[in-house]
Design a protein around this ligand. Sequence first.
Ligand code: FAD
Length: 294
Amino acid sequence: MSLQPHLPDTMIMENWPLSQLTTLGTGGTAEFFAQPETVSQLQEIIRLARNIPVYIIGGGSNIIIPDGKIPGLTISARKLDTLSWRGNFTAEIGAGLSLPGLVKTLRDMRLGGLEFAAGIPGTLGGGISGNAGAGGHGVCEYVDSVNAVDSSGNLVALGRGDFTYGYRYCGISGVIIASSVMSWDGSPWSEDVYSSFMARRKSQPLGFRSAGCTFKNPEGYSAGKLLDECGCKGLRIGGAVVSDVHANFILNTGNAASHDVTELAELCAKRVYDYTGIMLETEIKTLSPCFSVQ
Ligand SMILES: Cc1cc2nc3c(=O)[nH]c(=O)nc-3n(C[C@H](O)[C@H](O)[C@H](O)COP(=O)(O)OP(=O)(O)OC[C@H]3O[C@@H](n4cnc5c(N)ncnc54)[C@H](O)[C@@H]3O)c2cc1C
């Protein structure tokens, strides 16, 4: 990868530790790492990259970064955290804005809609990518359009008709989400609904490093309940352990490697399959290239 003289020296780092950028706190080192502060910088960085895979991370709260060296360019979207209102109920929001920050802003404004997102960590970009949510709702419900950057560094505008979304997925792939236009219908914020979603968090392990729920709920089942019934609580590999509080959470007890977490998840999935015949699908993503630049 060659660097152009007009880019700030600090824009592209080498051998950058990625574990510190994840809530799980595991994983290896990026060969190249960049944290653009503007969409133009993001485009420029991608245009500079040659023949390497490009990865994108947001808040790192739903991701396992493999151990060892990650060849290619890893980009953090966190500094793309702008928010600008276009009228009372519509805003263009940078992919790096924290979802808790957005929820707080809406709560302060008494503008209802995202109460269900109470307590979900991460960024808006990660939230759109996995349609983060709870109680049958997801953030994509409020997305009008997405501005993304493709493998040539070009801006792509995606309207509601250009992608489909559902339970923990959004049909946007092969691009980096740079920002999104979101709108609300003006309904008032419900503190009761917000508090009820916040209260659900009490069933989750607090104060430990994790990447949230390991598995999606299979249709008609709770993954946590299945894992619990199959005796997964307390299973351990290396520094990774299945939470005693909520079996769908794998915790880093301090010295876990990513392969400990992955192997433990595989062990749990196998156990549930052997006991019930139900194949669990992981909700946590493993870092994989968004695209490769030529
Ligand atoms: C304690 C805890 C509780 C949680 N509770 C919930 C919950 O209730 N509901 C829920 O849905 N999730 C929950 N999560 C998981 C997580 O917070 C969400 O999935 C969140 O939306 C992930 O956002 P992120 O920015 O951290 O994404 P990351 O973890 O950084 O990335 C996740 C995926 O999104 C992709 N991505 C990130 N940014 C972009 C971008 N700009 N463009 C394109 N792709 C991108 C990444 O490549 C990766 O594939 C929880 C996690 C924790 C740790």
